[in-house]
Design a protein around this ligand. Structure first.
Ligand code: TMP
Length: 210
């Protein structure tokens, strides 16, 4: 990428449950800092004070009556605030932004998982983001049952983690379909080998960006 030396890049990390986002986010953060990049680390839903409050509502396992449209709109409400307060100012200042999930998660979870038409999500994306899209999206990919087994070893399930296999298979299929449709922006990283092999694959992507 020619302009990457001077301009901040917007990188997002995606995947279904238990694919190892947190470990690999930490690896990417360290790698980029070592490469001399000034970067911010953030996440969705969340990333701002208001966004974190919306996150708490969205993930609350007691919110069983939340409609699919409410869920979709709250995701974009949190995102609008996040872009306004954090992401756009950082990019404008030439910083790199590393974000744990972004709008691809909305396509995958609300679109693929919940069955909301992708064209409606695209309308909201255009409205809330204008031209803002990640420069690079890494999709950590694992068979759903392997990921759920890894994730299951962690704390009490949130509202999404309570979903069934079938839901997460649709989420995964939607991520992979998007990666196949727009190969320039996505890299699918096989998350099944050892951590060091996964991180070598990630490093190869980062080396081309700095
Ligand atoms: P996390 O557990 O990876 O932090 O993500 C929180 C949950 O929110 C995760 O189950 C995926 C879900 N999510 C959506 O459903 N749509 C979105 O747009 C985003 C950003 C996350």
């Amino acid at each position: 990428m020619n302009d990457s030396v001077t301009k901040g890049q917007f990188i997002t990390i995606e995947g279904t449950e238990g694919v190892g986002k947190s470990t690999n986010m930490a690896f990417i953060e360290k790698w980029l800092i070592n490469a001399g990049k000034e970067l911010i680390i953030t996440r969705e839903p969340g990333g701002t004070e208001l966004g974190e409050k919306l996150r708490a509502v969205l993930l609350d396992a007691k919110e069983q009556s939340m409609s699919d449209d409410t869920e979709l709109l709250l995701m974009f409400a949190a995102r609008a605030q996040h872009i306004h307060e954090v992401i756009q100012p950082a990019l404008d200042a030439g910083k790199w932004v590393l974000c744990d999930r972004f709008t691809d998660a909305t396509y995958a979870y609300q679109g693929g998982g919940r069955g909301i038409e992708l064209s409606r999500i695209a309308q909201l994306e255009q409205w809330v983001q204008g031209d803002l899209r990640p420069n690079m999206t890494l999709i950590l990919d694992l068979p759903v049952d392997v990921g759920l087994m890894r994730a299951g070893k962690r704390s009490t399930p949130d509202r999404f983690e309570l979903e069934k296999h079938d839901f997460f298979n649709k989420v995964r299929d939607t991520y992979l379909a998007r990666a196949a449709e727009y190969p320039n922006r996505y890299r699918v990283i096989d998350a099944s080998p050892s951590i060091s092999e996964v991180q070598q694959s990630i490093q190869r992507v980062l080396e081309k960006m700095v």
